[in-house]
Ligand binder design. Structure first.
Ligand SMILES: Cc1ncc(C[n+]2csc(CCOP(=O)(O)OP(=O)(O)O)c2C)c(N)n1
Ligand SMILES: [Mg+2]
Length: 352
């Protein structure tokens, strides 16, 4: 509020430049502060996610129809963020990949069965790629970019109304920050002090358009801060940074302080979806892709785990071997499972 004294004119000027507070941590100390069981779980889930993605690509090449938005290169963000949740916390996924599902404890065999429209899938073949699993707190994946942002604010409102201590982790891509839902959702989440962690995977593209072509602000956290929501900008290919920051935001939400926003810089190595033939060497240069391949999140974590003697190379080979076997079995299960019958499809539509 401006108080105008007689004879004076006072104007408050706000410039859009952000005052960033940089925090620098010793990598080793941060790694040592995290339980080994959690570090190994994150690593294993990143490997499982990559193997799951590869299995989907294999099935597509064999003629199975699956609408796939590849996770390749973006495993660390959703996997490490989900590792900061308790089992009874909620999570709202978005369209990109499957790391959020594996990170939240979904079973690849039921996910694959759902993707193939089979009766044994998480939604008995009714959901396809847009599935939910209430038992695991996975509240459903929308096909509408940004749609989950205000819904998560409402989930947070319900958690508060029921005096629960759960939190909701809500994922989005950078394009979602350019939707009206983003602004409506963040405003309500801040107003209601919803215990939500908004996790934005900024991979610098929305289909074939670059971040620069579509987005006015240099950082997306600017926008969260304008709703009085604390923002964190992190390297999303660094599972350690992702876990540490998400955990902080989860604690903040559980203490009743409200939502946080994480902008996680990452990159998709493949095209937007399986029929995006213009991504590698088209609207994105091969040099740019090569640069990001050198920042592979799995390789980065392997370096950490070896250096701090949490796993050795044989352990890693075993984890990869087990993950491949798990995905082979999941595919076999999904392919051999029956399709729902006509009666199955109408069940659940009307109250019994
Ligand atoms: C409201 C809305 N507009 C457009 C689309 C079509 N669409 C699907 S994915 C996508 C791009 C999403 O980009 P981003 O959120 O950055 O996620 P990314 O695919 O890069 O992981 C668009 C425009 C949609 N599904 N919903
Ligand atoms: Mg994007």
């Amino acid at each position: 509020m401006i108080t105008i004294a007689h004879g004076e004119i006072e104007i408050e000027v706000y410039t859009p430049s952000l005052k960033l507070e940089k925090q620098v941590f010793n990598r080793g100390n941060l790694i040592k502060s995290i339980d080994k069981v959690i570090l190994i779980k994150i690593y294993r889930n990143m490997i499982r996610t990559r193997c799951f993605d590869e299995k989907i690509k294999e099935l597509i090449s064999e003629g199975f129809h699956i609408n796939e938005h590849s996770t390749l290169g973006q495993e660390a963000g959703p996997v490490a963020a989900c590792a900061a949740l308790n089992d009874d916390d909620y999570m709202m996924p978005y369209h990109r990949g499957w790391a959020w599902g594996i990170g939240k404890g979904l079973d690849p065999k039921y996910m694959l069965a759902e993707l193939l429209g089979k009766k044994t899938g998480y939604m008995h073949g009714r959901g396809g790629v847009h599935f939910a699993c209430m038992e695991k707190g996975v509240l459903g994946k929308s096909g509408v970019v940004g749609a989950n942002i205000p819904i998560a604010a409402g989930v947070g409102l319900a958690i508060n109304r029921f005096n629960k201590k759960n939190v909701c982790l809500s994922f989005m891509g950078n394009a979602a920050c350019n939707t009206g839902s983003f602004h409506e959702g963040l405003n309500l989440a801040a107003l209601w002090k919803s215990p939500v962690i908004y996790f934005c995977e900024n991979n610098f593209y929305q289909i074939s358009c670059s971040y620069e072509e579509t987005t006015a602000c240099e950082n997306l956290i600017n926008r969260a801060i304008s709703y009085d929501i604390p923002g964190y900008l992190i390297d999303g290919n660094d599972a350690i940074a992702v876990y540490y920051v998400t955990k902080k935001c989860v604690e903040y939400a559980r203490e009743g302080k409200g939502p946080s926003f994480i902008e996680s810089h990452t990159y998709r190595i493949d095209g937007h979806f399986q029929k995006d033939f213009h991504s590698n060497g088209g609207y994105r240069s091969l040099e740019e892709i090569e640069k990001w391949k050198k920042k592979d999140p799995i390789e980065l974590m392997e370096k950490d785990l070896l250096e701090f003697e949490i796993l050795d190379k044989n352990d890693m080979k075993q984890i990869l071997f087990d993950a491949k076997a798990e995905m082979d079995n999941a595919a076999k299960f999904a392919i051999e499972s029956p399709y729902p019958s006509k009666e199955d499809f109408v069940s659940g539509v009307f109250a019994d």
